[in-house]
Ligand binder design. Structure first.
Ligand SMILES: Cc1ncc(COP(=O)(O)O)c(C=O)c1O
Length: 465
């Protein structure tokens, strides 16, 4: 089966029927000779003389939390272009960077792929599900997940079905998935259409911080081929790698031994798109976590036909991402030295996150609540979240009690996310005994230590009062 035939079958009727028509006339026939210096009285692009802004000076840090320095290459920024209307799919230089990064880290297993920029992964998800889902279509996804995606799926009429997480394997339970698909028409969801899409966060999963083993990824891709569904791989966290917590002081990124090549080879897990042979994976990346969320910039990698239709969607919605955002990100990339330099920045970010993970876990392990066995921690290996499991009896509904714990934590002065709030069915919400903690927001290690102490006190008082 060719890649084209595969992807065409999965495009929603809504997206198939979308026509994007311009008003600048049909392309010029060959016999028309263009004037060498035409004057444009077409379009609505203001001349740059109308713009009040003429220059931006950028300062960059070479390390997270480091001292800012003025960027020497800032003057090369094409601000005039950035301030005008630009190509819907994004500036060519940024697309080129995105492709370089894809080739360096996650080269697709077929040749007809392409990339489009978006306004971040939230926007990518909105467009991807518009592309794929007809009303009533079934989407499989991790039972605990980034909840806004459920809203997005629902807004296009899709119907989410949970797949449990196997904490040992670090992600989606592949045995369960296989049985679910095999027995679909006899099983619990037989009234629903056969699944069309699997949405997954395979690395540094939100909320668990876990990453699915590569051998399991290969099996999931095999199932996608066998049962003909699309994989939407949402990967905001993959470049933030966390070293294992040993005695809490080791940091593999401390000694600067990771250049970009070694980091890619030894630390990054394979994207589903690397297994892809027929265009059934859409991979979503974002600049939110390693540049800045306010940039509202991300990109999608996938089969060129699917990407073309996503660009059509952008044409009737967001248009191009903000030019100011694009030049800001581009200047940071130029400053760091292209795709390889960008990965080296990610190594430095990984170092700080690993240190934070060590500090947080070490403080939790020193607490009375931990020593009394009231909770255990789960090892997270990528991203910005870790979870702790509370020692509560299996099988009971703990939702109300846990809400009580959250209030206690707030009174002690620390805010956390309850696992139950990241489930989208009552079944999984009831059995969620974990709490998600983020490594990202504290201003420094001392603040993280204080947060861990407050949380431990809240847990102690939850179990003892
Ligand atoms: C799994 C997941 N997907 C998507 C997003 C949204 O990212 P963006 O800021 O690029 O819209 C987040 C943000 O927290 C996330 O955790």
């Amino acid at each position: 089966m060719t890649a084209d035939a595969t992807v065409m079958r999965h495009i929603s009727q809504r997206a198939q029927q979308r026509e994007v028509v311009g008003f600048h006339g049909v392309p010029l026939p060959d016999h028309v000779n263009r004037h060498l210096s035409p004057i444009s009285l077409s379009g609505g692009r203001p001349h740059e003389g109308f713009y009040p802004l003429t220059k931006i000076t950028y300062e960059f840090k070479d390390h997270p939390f480091g001292e800012p320095k003025v960027a020497e290459d800032a003057s090369k920024l094409d601000l005039k272009r950035a301030l005008n209307y630009g190509p819907t799919e994004g500036f060519p230089q940024l697309l080129e960077f995105a492709k370089d990064l894809v080739l360096l880290t996650n080269k697709p297993g077929y040749s007809g792929w392409n990339v489009t920029l978006t306004n971040g992964s939230g926007d990518s998800l909105h467009k991807v599900f518009n592309l794929l889902l007809d009303p009533g279509d079934t989407v499989l996804l991790e039972a605990y997940t980034f909840v806004p995606t459920i809203n997005t799926i629902g807004s296009w009429g899709g119907s989410p079905v949970p797949v449990p997480i196997n904490f040992e394997d670090g992600g989606i339970d592949v045995d369960y998935l296989e049985q679910l698909l095999e027995g679909w028409f006899q099983g619990q969801y037989q009234e629903k259409p056969f699944p069309k899409v699997l949405y997954t966060i395979p690395t540094g999963q939100n909320p668990t911080g876990l990453s699915l083993k590569e051998s399991k990824r290969e099996r999931v891709y095999g199932l996608a081929k066998k049962y003909d569904f699309i994989i939407v791989e949402d990967d905001p966290y993959g470049y933030i790698q966390l070293g294992a917590f040993t005695d809490g002081v080791d940091n593999p990124f401390d000694d600067d031994t990771y250049d970009s090549a070694r980091f890619v080879k030894e630390r990054l897990l394979k994207s589903y798109i690397q297994y892809d042979s027929d265009g059934r994976v859409l991979r979503l990346e974002t600049f939110s976590k390693v540049f800045a969320p306010g940039a509202r910039l991300g990109f999608i990698v996938g089969h060129s036909e699917l990407i073309r239709r996503i660009i059509d969607h952008s044409n009737i919605s967001t248009k191009a991402p903000s030019g100011l955002s694009q030049v800001s990100v581009l200047s940071a990339i130029a400053h760091s030295g292209g795709a390889r330099g960008w990965i080296e920045w990610c190594v430095k970010v990984s170092k700080v996150y690993t240190e934070r993970k060590n500090v947080l876990i070490r403080t939790l392990l020193e607490s009375e609540a931990y020593k009394k066995g009231y909770f255990k921690y789960n090892e997270a290996d990528a991203g910005m979240f870790i979870t702790i499991d509370l020692n509560l009896p299996e099988g009971d509904d703990h939702r109300l009690e846990l809400e009580g714990l959250r209030y206690k934590a707030i009174e002690k002065g620390v805010e956390v996310v309850l696992g139950k709030n990241m489930a989208f069915t009552p079944e999984y919400a009831k059995s969620a005994k974990f709490i998600r903690l983020t490594l990202a927001t504290a201003s420094d290690n001392d603040e993280l230590i204080e947060a861990a102490r407050r949380l431990s006190q809240a847990v102690l008082s939850f179990f003892e009062q």
